[in-house]
Design a protein around this ligand. Structure first.
Ligand SMILES: [Zn+2]
Length: 199
């Protein structure tokens, strides 16, 4: 389905903040930024997962669909390479490590796809998650996140990572504490090592 809006300004003219969508941020200015650009009811559970990964240490940003039941929250989806919400663009200026969290529709199989221009961090994430028993599928073209304007690549290094998480796996992470801790901890340890002075 094509997006209804091609940028944030168009969205803002047609949707009401506080009724259709909300923006939540924490810790902006930290060098690690975890982003849920399609959070709330747009790609369910991605906001929560982004916050868990950020924990107390990292910054997070969440753009959330909050339309009431029966209304189409998917309308609020602005594709990643056109994403230009100003609070986020500002936060990205100070971010050295950027990780965006997305949701794939697949509700039968638990897996992830890893994209973005930071292939070094992407490969580390892939290894770490595989060691923690998560299934990584090779990235389909449209999920590669390699355009320079993709929101994951707009931090101050010009490269970041995006995680596409299947619905089945997101649901498991929400409902199963053991799985959640395994997922969140493995990503957090890697990100913490990434910003440690030894690196
Ligand atoms: Zn998304």
């Amino acid at each position: 389905m094509p997006d209804s809006y091609s940028n944030f300004q168009e969205l803002q003219l047609n949707e009401l903040e506080g009724q259709d969508y909300q923006i939540r941020v924490k810790g902006i200015g930290h060098s690690v930024l975890i982003i849920a650009p399609h959070g709330g009811k747009i790609e369910p559970f991605t906001s929560q997962i982004a916050q868990w990964i950020a924990g107390e240490e990292f910054a997070w940003y969440s753009f959330e669909g909050i339309k009431e039941e029966g209304k189409d929250n998917r309308l609020l989806h602005i594709t990643s390479h056109k994403y230009d919400e100003p609070t986020l663009l500002q936060a990205l200026k100070q971010a050295k490590v950027v990780l965006t969290i997305h949701g794939l529709k697949d509700s039968s199989e638990e897996f992830l796809m890893i994209g973005g221009l930071d292939s070094e961090l992407g490969q580390k994430l892939e290894r770490t998650l595989q060691q923690s028993s998560f299934k990584i599928k090779s990235c389909e073209q449209k999920y590669r996140g390699i355009r320079a304007t993709n929101i994951c690549n707009r931090g101050c290094t010009g490269k970041g990572v995006q995680l596409e998480i299947s619905y089945a796996l997101r649901k498991r992470i929400i409902e199963d504490t053991e799985c959640r801790n395994r997922f969140v901890d493995s990503i957090r340890s890697l990100l913490l090592a990434q910003i440690s002075p030894r690196n």
